[in-house]
Write a protein that binds this ligand. Structure first.
Ligand SMILES: OC[C@H]1O[C@](O)(CO)[C@@H](O)[C@@H]1O
Length: 497
């Protein structure tokens, strides 16, 4: 491997750090709504003129009227609906405006959403928060696709996985920040919750300013716009003055020629063409496995799971989950270029499967055996660690690796849509399944995780350290010469880089 290919230049670090401000905001949007639930529900009730305290005997008890619960549920879930809808437009906006301008335009949604939520107490709070969450969701659906596309296209091959993992690191850091600042004695109070929700627009403003100093994706400039000289000077900026970009340019030139015969690939063509059938299947199953691993069962309901498991300070245990999640993702940044995507994915899923079984045993024996609450807590922490080893970060960037410039944006859109849909399903159903299955809820995820592990073993290719061209060349070779055909045949000639 060319040593220079691995070197991180100041411009590359600056560019990728600017991009992941979008991921940070996505994470903040996921996490921010958990802690202040009670406080905001009370605010809605007061504004709506509904009584929220009830006297029972000598005690005054909390009572949340069903209208308030309905508005609250909507405030939470409308975010995913926004993400689900907008994720389908990622490809269109990324190609229409380019990666940088698209991100700038999309940032305006983040600011509008934040303003609506931050100013909610001045009007009909519930309506403004719901509208703000919807617009923030629309923003997140787009940014969750734009960031990995852009990072994948500016990164050198040898660092594509490590830098791609930074998207997930941004997400988990955003979740952790929102958990901490959402504590009641910080911003999760009756007075400051609008600031807590409104803060979500700040990274978008900072990012928009910084983006003026970031180069456009060289692949977009060359392959989509046909400006070879401009792409060359961007590559020199990103890789350093002494870097010889001829190899990259040659690779892009071939990809451009292919793209010319291939034309733009729409979402429908992605499903129709047999060339894309296998990679789109792998992409969708990976995103499904990320969400149906049950990770958000933990993230959305950890406080109630910890309470059931008998942990005394559940809120802090939840923040502990956020912290462990962040540390594990940092470790993953360093592992992904060493161990490879495929092996980390298999280890991650299999590890989560074992943890889900341990969690089930611990929850089932909770009342009869001392110490089970600690076993349960350890299993939850390890479940999260295994998630961030592979299933957390990899689906976001491997889709960009499995497709060339033509179908990449459409593939990202469909995969993002799949991720949001599965996330929404878990968010809506987990509590009902947990109520129905009691301590056995995680058995369902253990079974799914086993299935996903087997699928990964047989179907997911290794992409570490390979250029798009190398990947497809290797598989063409295997297709024609090897005894055993491999799953990578599907990259086919027309989807090559
Ligand atoms: O770190 C956990 C978080 O990561 C995601 O899967 C995104 O990659 C979220 O859905 C989840 O809340």
């Amino acid at each position: 491997m060319d040593r220079k290919e691995k070197s991180l230049t100041g411009t590359l670090i600056f560019t990728v750090s600017t991009a992941v401000l979008g991921s940070l905001q996505f994470g903040y949007g996921i996490g921010v709504i958990n802690a202040p639930q009670k406080i905001i529900e009370h605010h809605y009730a007061r504004k709506l003129g509904l009584v929220i305290m009830q006297k029972s005997g000598n005690m005054t008890e909390d009572y949340v009227p069903s209208t308030v619960t309905m508005y609250w549920s909507l405030s939470v879930s409308v975010f995913s609906i926004g993400g689900l809808v907008s994720s389908l437009f990622v490809g269109w906006i990324a190609d229409k405006l380019g990666r940088i301008k698209a991100t700038m335009v999309v940032n305006s949604l983040a600011v509008i959403g934040a303003l609506l939520m931050g100013l909610a107490p001045l009007g009909q709070a519930h309506a403004l928060v719901i509208a703000g969450r919807l617009i923030t969701g629309l923003y997140c659906g787009l940014i969750a696709g734009l960031v990995p596309i852009y990072i994948g296209e500016v990164s050198p091959t040898a660092l594509r996985g490590a830098l791609g993992t930074l998207h997930q690191l941004g997400i988990v850091t955003g979740i952790l920040i929102s958990q901490v600042v959402g504590l009641e004695f910080l911003l999760g109070s009756d007075k400051l919750w609008p600031v807590l929700l409104g803060l979500s627009g700040v990274p978008a403003v900072i990012q928009t300013v910084l983006l003026f100093f970031c180069p456009e994706s060289p692949r977009y400039v060359f392959i989509n716009l046909g400006r070879e000289e401009a792409a060359k000077s961007i590559l020199k900026k990103l890789r350093g003055d002494y870097y010889d970009p001829s190899k990259d340019l040659e690779e892009m030139r071939r990809e451009k020629e292919e793209a010319a015969s291939e034309k733009k690939v729409s979402i429908i063509q992605l499903f129709k063409s047999s060339n894309y059938r296998q990679p789109i299947l792998v992409s969708l199953v990976l995103h499904m496995s990320q969400q149906f691993s049950g990770i958000n069962g933990i993230f959305y309901y950890s406080t109630s799971i910890f309470t059931k498991a008998g942990i005394s300070q559940p809120i802090y245990a939840t923040i502990g989950v956020g912290a462990v999640n962040t540390v594990a993702t940092i470790v993953s940044v360093f592992l992904v270029e060493k161990a490879g995507r495929r092996s980390l994915y298999i280890i991650g899923l299999a590890g989560m499967c074992i943890c889900a079984i341990i969690m089930t045993i611990a929850l089932a024996l909770l009342s009869s055996h001392a110490g089970m609450s600690y076993l349960c807590m350890v299993a939850i922490f390890l479940f999260v660690v295994f998630f961030e080893v592979g299933p957390g970060p990899i689906p976001w960037f491997i889709v960009a690796e499995l497709f060339s410039q033509g179908p990449r944006p459409a593939a990202m859109a469909v995969s993002g849509f799949c991720n949001w849909s599965c996330n929404f399903i878990i968010g809506m159903c987990f509590q009902y399944i947990a109520d129905a299955c009691g301590p056995y809820v995680f058995i369902i995820f253990a079974v799914l995780l086993l299935g996903f592990t087997i699928f990964t073993y047989f179907k997911v290719p290794e992409t570490k350290g390979k250029s798009f061209e190398e990947i497809s060349a290797e598989f063409r070779k295997k297709k024609h010469g090897g005894k055993k055909s491999t799953e990578m045949e599907y990259l086919g000639t027309s989807s090559e880089a």
